[in-house]
Design a protein around this ligand. Sequence first.
Ligand code: CO
Length: 193
Amino acid sequence: MQIVNYPYPTLRHKSRPIKRVDAKLREIVREMFELMYESEGVGLAANQVDLPLRLFVVNLTASPKEGEELVFINPVIKPQKKGLDEDFEGCLSIPGVHGPVKRPKQVKISAFNLQGEEIEAVVDGLFARVVQHETDHLDGVLFTDRLTETAKADVQPMLEDFEGSFEYNQRLGAIPPVDVILERLKEWEARYC
Ligand code: CO
C-alpha cells in the first residue's frame, strides 16, 4: 500500500458506501494510519491509497504516540453555524502544494466506526477542516479545486509538474494504464460496497 499522487485516477473516483467490515478492512485501516504518520499527516482518505472505499482516518496530532485515532466510515457532513473560515491546506497526495481554502467553520459529522457503532460530533477549527477535506476526497474532490482563481494560478505550475510525472511513470509502466486501475477499483467495490 502506498499514497498515490495527483493526478492518479482513483483520487477522482467517487466512493460508494461500505457495506461490510472484515479483518482485511481493519488491517487496511491500520496500514493507512502508518502511512499517514510516515508523512506526518493528520488525515488520510482510502482513495489516497488507491482504494474506492468510503472511509478516512484522522489523528489531529499527526503522531502515533499522541492524540486519538479516529476512523470515519460512510461519513456525512452538515454545516452548522453560518460563516466560513479560511486557512491554508495541503494534501499528502499533492506534496509541497499549499493554498488557502474557505470552508464552513463548524460542521456536524455522522459516520460509523470500525466496531459498526454510529458516531456523531459537532466539530470546529482544525477538526472541522480536516473532516471536510477528507470527505471531499471520498467524493473525488481535491482542495486545489476549491482555491480562488488567483491561488489556483499560483499552484498551477506545480500541478502540471505532477501531471508530467504521472504521464512519464505511466509510459515507464511504473503506473498501470487507466483501464487496469478502474478494473481494480471495481473488484474492491464488489467486495465491500
Ligand atoms: Co488530502
